[in-house]
Design a protein around this ligand. Structure first.
Ligand SMILES: [Fe+2]
Ligand SMILES: [Fe+2]
Length: 310
């Protein structure tokens, strides 16, 4: 699928902005920044008792009682999800499970698929574990773009968006190999990626995920990769991150392009859901040694990058 000159220029503009913003943040490393408090949000999800429990309709119950019947739909390593309670919707056992979501995310958080199962790497060192976990997230992104491609097709998206989602899968495979090789230099091996892929979702569900995963996390991931490429203490890591940075900027651009397209197909209320999904995230802080080795933006710089995206 050929890309028009106008589309190519638009992609290039975002990539240049990401790079410029990320590079501008580098002199701030070591200085005071914009703060790094975690953001907490609340979500609810349907649940169901096993039929042996009878709760009055409208009654509220503590997390300890709801635990056996409430399970988050999927594991997302970018969120710390805690069940806070549940509300009995009716006398047949239907529940509204209530969760508190804390966004203090592991880095980098590129696009992650719904249904990603938790996995621990095999690693003899902190650096190896971090690189292996990053390799795992790169592998997970392959599944995320595969799901995105299927959902774009199902919702009649322009072929160019579908083709870009396909290309992103090839990019993420390459990132997975490169990051796995870096992890191996530190004696670590990433865990295999396991995903319980959900069925094709509605357009608004797809768009809400895209807003968080594509518009926010991939944009942040692209800027973080630029910083890593310039400042990583391990030159091999810097070289890999410089190559990854350009691809991630392209993926971020794809996220924004999908957002623009999806909004033309959604109602006003659905578009408001997208705006809510476009929150910010607060990256996790690491030890100074690991931060220097991987070239990660310190929390105060990361917070400023997030402000720039917002
Ligand atoms: Fe990637
Ligand atoms: Fe990506």
């Amino acid at each position: 699928m050929a890309i028009s000159i106008r589309e190519r220029r638009a992609q290039g503009a975002l990539q240049r902005w990401l790079r410029r913003t990320a590079l501008a943040s580098i002199p701030m490393i070591g200085l005071c920044g914009c703060g790094d408090s975690c953001e907490i949000t609340h979500q609810s999800q349907d649940g169901q008792t096993d039929g042996g429990v009878v709760w009055a309709a409208g009654s509220q119950h503590p997390a300890a009682d709801c635990g056996p019947y409430c399970r988050p739909g999927y594991h997302d390593p970018c969120f710390d999800t805690v069940l806070t309670g549940c509300l009995a919707k009716n006398a047949t056992g239907a529940l509204t499970c209530q969760y508190e979501m804390t966004r203090c995310v592991p880095q980098p958080c590129g696009r992650l698929p719904a249904g990603l199962l938790a996995a621990a790497p095999v690693a003899p060192s902190v650096a190896g574990a971090e690189l292996a976990s990053r390799a795992h997230l790169e592998g997970a992104a392959v599944f995320a773009f595969d799901a995105l491609e299927r959902e774009l097709i199902a919702h009649g998206a322009p072929p160019l968006l579908v083709e870009r989602a396909r290309k992103a899968q090839r990019d993420e495979r390459r990132h997975h190999r490169a990051m796995s090789a870096l992890a191996a230099r530190y004696g670590a091996r990433p865990a295999p990626v396991a995903v319980e892929t959900p069925p094709v979702r509605t357009l608004v569900e797809m768009a809400v995920e895209n807003a968080a995963e594509g518009c926010v996390r991939e944009t942040y991931g692209a800027m973080e990769a630029v910083v890593q490429g310039e400042t990583a203490g391990d030159r091999a890591i810097g070289k890999v991150m410089r190559a990854i940075a350009a691809d991630e900027a392209d993926h971020a651009d794809l996220g924004w392009a999908i957002d623009v397209w999806a909004r033309t197909r959604l109602s006003r209320a659905e578009r408001a859901r997208l705006d809510d999904a476009c929150g910010t995230m607060t990256p996790q802080s690491y030890s100074p040694e690991l931060t220097a080795l991987l070239g990660l933006p310190p929390p105060e710089v990361a917070a400023c990058l997030m402000n720039a995206i917002a």
